[in-house]
Design a protein around this ligand. Sequence first.
Ligand SMILES: Nc1ncnc2c1ncn2[C@@H]1O[C@H](COP(=O)(O)OP(=O)(O)OP(=O)(O)O)[C@@H](O)[C@H]1O
Length: 358
Amino acid sequence: MDASNATTKANAIEVRDLRKDFVVQQNRQGLKGAFRDLFNREYKQVAAVKDISFTIPRGEICGYIGENGAGKSTTIKMLTGILVPTSGHLTVNGFVPYKEREAFVRGIGVVFGQRSQLWWDIGVVESFQLLRKVYRVPEDEFKQRLDELVERLQLQELLSRPVRKLSLGQRMRCELAASLLHNPSILFLDEPTIGLDIVVKTEIREFLKELNRRYETTILLTTHDLQDIEALCSRVIMLDDGRIIYDGGLDELKAKWGKGKEVHLQFEQPVSAARLEELTRGLDVVWKPENEQSAQVWIPQDRANVSEVLARLVGVLSIHDIKIVETNTDDIVREIYKSGSADKPAAAEEREGAVSHA
Ligand SMILES: Nc1ncnc2c1ncn2[C@@H]1O[C@H](COP(=O)(O)OP(=O)(O)OP(=O)(O)O)[C@@H](O)[C@H]1O
């Protein structure tokens, strides 16, 4: 076995300098423009995915996130063989997806939250039977797999119903079962929890965790719901305008960007900003006064801690109320999208309206 083969075996997905350009029609303005477009169309090239590289080892659950239009779906479509890349290299399960379609699709499962792979008017179980034929799953294997999925996803009551009569949550459970009937080793999920209530979302997350634990299924998950990512992914790839701006652990991302706490203080008497500065002199914190009897203080985790700061204040000032706020993942990711790069952590000093401590 040569070295490149060995890499492919260890990695479920390998992507190198992957690019997708779309050619789109450019509409000229006004009536005159529209008339000219009729005879002489102008086109422009849009780069949806710009030379990205990453590898996903077998058994990993990786989050693939980015704002609308960042290029997530285009990547997933290339990884699942629906779109042909403009350039670059890509292997999934050792196959080049768009070249070796038939053999390739037998090893992957796909769920697009906004689109169904089930037939609308026939019973769920009939759809499953059709998929069995598409994927050429032997009848006994299929039966065993179906029984297991029916039990774990609680589909007993749903099997005979036509898909159009299912609620969104019920349909999504059936979609997941459908994508797993042929026992794929890689599962692509594009917004699998979109529009679902919190109970169904939690059930689906639990199911996916168990699936990954039991079968070491590799999962690439695209979502706008960062709680999906928090619940499932140890790693996250963040895309912005077709480029990867972060690829690493979720904890590292939080540590880098969310490092610190914001403490909201309400005092019994008016306290000046200068007094607060003076009391915390030597601690690397940033005060943001709100009014004369309340203020916020930003405490970077690596430079000071909450108890140190409070020890300086309690006993000297009469404090009416304290609230400690941790930066959550939503805030962190929003900040990164805004800056367009995950390289530079949000410096406490740059916080809007902050009074910088000397
Ligand atoms: N078939 C297409 N023809 C032309 N442009 C396209 C096509 N598909 C996608 N694009 C463009 O490519 C860019 C990336 O789109 P893509 O759908 O991959 O983003 P996304 O990150 O999945 O967004 P969303 O979260 O909204 O689904 C966008 O600018 C989009 O308009």
